[in-house]
Design a protein around this ligand. Structure first.
Ligand code: HEM
Length: 68
């Protein structure tokens, strides 16, 4: 359900401000929750920084997702 974020495609195409907005506001119509009401601005910024830190070593292609 929730996509793996540790991948080159997502990290290279999504600026920090967009990642922040996705975390804070969720993705309407999906299971991705809105975290803006539960996490502080600082906490969301640390999540963005953490995801950005993965970029250098992130795999370029995700392994296939197998249905159970
Ligand atoms: C603090 C924890 C979380 C963070 C930092 C986070 C972050 C993100 C980000 C950045 C995306 C966008 C990915 C993209 O556009 O490729 C995303 C999408 C998504 N997340 Fe989360 N997420 C979190 C927790 C969760 C949880 C708990 C769930 C499920 C209950 C969830 C479900 C989803 C789903 C289903 C999407 C895809 C939405 C779509 O179809 O566009 N996430 N999340």
């Amino acid at each position: 359900m929730a996509p793996a974020l540790n991948n080159q495609l997502f990290l290279s195409e999504t600026p920090d401000a967009a990642i922040y907005q996705i975390i804070a506001g969720g993705v309407p119509g999906t299971l991705m929750p809105t975290w803006g009401s539960r996490l502080s601005d600082y906490e969301i910024q640390t999540l963005v920084a953490y995801l950005r830190s993965l970029e250098e070593s992130a795999p370029s292609i995700l392994p296939p997702i197998r249905e159970p």
